[in-house]
Design a protein around this ligand. Structure first.
Ligand code: NAP
Length: 551
């Protein structure tokens, strides 16, 4: 797609802009934003460096990549018609189907003409004289816009550790989110996976089916929940589609944005060990994140309660993995469940019962020394590979924003402002960067993403509407409002088990990136509370924001 000729617009006092709004990212966030803002008759341009729309779902094409939220609520809620029209084939659809869904929405809402692919934004600099952003692309184009929006998602900036010798490997070696688009014939190949997070947990069982061998290099074992994958049936689809209004409402009023029946008004200490086991077993069989939310209300706040669930999961590993030594290596200890984001299992544990799968403990038994021309050298052994997949995660929340030169009113970059950790107003905006909005920016909740994204978009589009209606030229969040939110987000982490995540290198706190954490990157005070606060802010016409009009 190429840029269409766009008449320059007199949108900001006397200043001339090319677009009212420029956004980066054509995944769930960028597509949703585009849809909402088009309803307001604004000119919007969405840029994406990828060659397709889809964001996460266009980059993460590795075998086994699929949603971890159930499909029927991992989707846009803005159109009942689209909800009714689209059909999912499985409880957790693969990346291909999720990408197809996003194309369906983009086509049905006619979003594609306003999206420019293959174009990375390199800088966005706020011009205080004219109250607009000057945005430069890697293709040498410069645009001016009144509003600049990050729709880059919270987990998009990949992280590759600085392994010695990484460039010397002669086979294929790539980050998991850069799986070759043209596909990769891995049948009969020797594969090494470095990393044991949600990505590796999805990848290993798929690769193990066809590879000659798969060796997984694990530093920290995770608490892993069974997915409970199943096909969509006509009866289940009918049940969902006749209850969509209720499902969407439940998402908006749930602590993690999911349509679950919680709180359950029960704490772990109220049950005997036998009753606990029964409850956990039932939810284990059901699969998915209900295990955390429909068992006991205090799992995320109370260490003793958390331990009952953690222990249940540890025992499951012993049941599922035949080799005792491997089972022990896979068993998480020393940090609570949910201090790291729990992956969902589609046959991960059972994969270790195959002859062609091997687990290597690189934390204590044999740390990686270097990558060689032919494989991985640990302190004990050299492993020969044809392919190495770096499932080593992401510089979450701040990484993508700091990677771009984004300069605010006083010339400071976001990276400089956030040197010792980010501070934002509800993950939506940050003081000193007028008319910059972020969808699920740092200190927004980590919850079912399409729900959080859409609630963020409603606030942003409503704020822009308020500005246009009142002919305001700039919006800047009050420093006190930002400080208050950041402090609140930090205090909330201290009330939950997430505060122990630093020991387990969680990206929730930035602790997975050397030299980054711990800092408050995510709001854990409840997505439901957060959505309520967004609504209150809209109802009161954004009291946290200073609006000004150029004269
Ligand atoms: P991750 O959870 O951050 O896991 C990265 C892995 O790489 C960890 O096992 C980590 O070990 C390891 N690692 C990092 N640096 C290393 C080093 N220098 N040496 C050895 N090992 C190293 O990343 P991810 O698996 O890509 O998942 C990230 C997030 O993306 C997930 O938490 C989830 O939110 C999202 N995700 C979602 C889905 C889905 O919804 N379908 C699927 C995949 C991912 P340590 O743990 O010891 O640091």
């Amino acid at each position: 797609m190429t840029v269409q000729n766009n008449e320059q617009r007199e949108t900001n006092g006397s200043a001339t802009t090319d677009y009212d709004v420029i956004a980066i990212g054509a995944g769930f966030s960028g597509l949703g934003l585009l849809h909402y803002l088009k309803q307001q008759d604004l000119s919007v341009r969405v840029f994406d460096k990828a060659d397709d729309i889809g964001g996460t779902w266009t980059w993460n094409r590795y075998p086994g990549a699929r949603t971890d939220s159930e499909a029927y609520y991992y989707c846009f809620a803005f159109s009942e018609e689209l909800l009714q029209e689209w059909s999912w084939s499985e409880r957790y659809p693969a990346w291909e189907e999720t990408l197809e869904y996003l194309h369906f929405v983009a086509d049905r809402c006619n979003l594609k003409p306003d999206i420019q692919l293959n174009t990375a934004i390199e800088s966005a600099i706020y011009d205080t004289e004219h109250n607009y952003w000057v945005v430069k692309t890697n293709t040498g184009e410069t645009y001016r816009c009144k509003y600049f929006v990050s729709a880059m998602g919270l987990i998009s900036e990949l992280y590759i550790p600085d392994f010695k010798g990484l460039d010397s490997f002669r086979g294929s070696c790539f980050h998991s989110s850069r799986w070759p688009k043209e596909g990769l014939d891995y049948k009969g190949k020797r594969i090494g996976i470095i990393g044991a997070g949600a990505t590796a947990v999805q990848l290993l069982p798929e690769l193990a089916l066809d590879a000659e061998s798969v060796t997984l290099f694990q530093r920290t074992p995770n608490y892993i929940l069974p997915a409970g994958q199943r096909k969509m049936t006509p009866e289940w689809e009918e049940e969902i589609k006749s209850n969509y209004a209720e499902i969407i409402n439940k998402c908006r009023t749930h602590v993690f944005g999911m349509p679950f029946d919680s709180p359950v008004n029960r704490i772990a200490a109220d049950s005997t060990a036998e009753e606990q086991n029964e409850i956990y077993q039932k939810l284990w069989e059901e699969g998915g994140f209900r295990f955390c939310f429909e068992s006991y209300d205090d799992l995320l706040g109370d260490l003793d309660a958390n331990e009952t669930a953690a222990n249940f999961l540890r025992n499951k590993i012993t049941e599922l993995v035949e080799d005792g030594e491997t089972a022990e290596m896979l068993t998480p200890r020393g940090y609570p469940l949910f201090a790291k984001r729990p992956p969902l299992d589609h046959g991960y544990y059972e994969s270790f019962n195959r002859d062609n799968v091997r687990l290597v403990d690189i934390r204590s038994a044999e740390p990686i020394v270097e990558i060689t021309e032919t494989g991985v050298q640990t302190e004990k052994e050299h492993y020969e590979f044809d392919i190495i997949v770096l499932a080593t995660g992401f510089d979450a929340l701040t990484g993508a924003l700091e990677h771009i030169e984004i300069r605010g009113a006083d010339g400071e970059t976001l990276k400089e402002k956030w040197g010792s950790g980010p501070s934002t107003y509800m993950g939506l905006c940050t003081a000193g960067f007028p008319n910059l909005f972020m969808i699920t920016g740092p200190q927004a909740p980590f919850a079912n993403l399409p729900t959080t994204i859409e609630e963020n978009i409603k606030w942003i589009s409503s704020c822009i509407k308020h500005m246009e209606g009142n002919k305001y030229t700039s919006a800047n969040v009050r420093v006190e409002a930002e400080q208050h939110w950041s402090q609140h987000a930090t205090e909330v982490i201290d009330l939950t088990v997430m505060k122990y995540g630093h020991e387990a290198n969680t990206w929730f706190l930035g602790s997975n990136i050397p030299g980054k954490g711990p800092s408050t990157l995510v709001y854990f005070g409840g997505a439901d509370n957060y959505f309520g606060l967004l609504q209150e802010s809209m109802d009161k016409k954004f009291p946290e924001i200073d609006f000004t009009t150029a004269i």
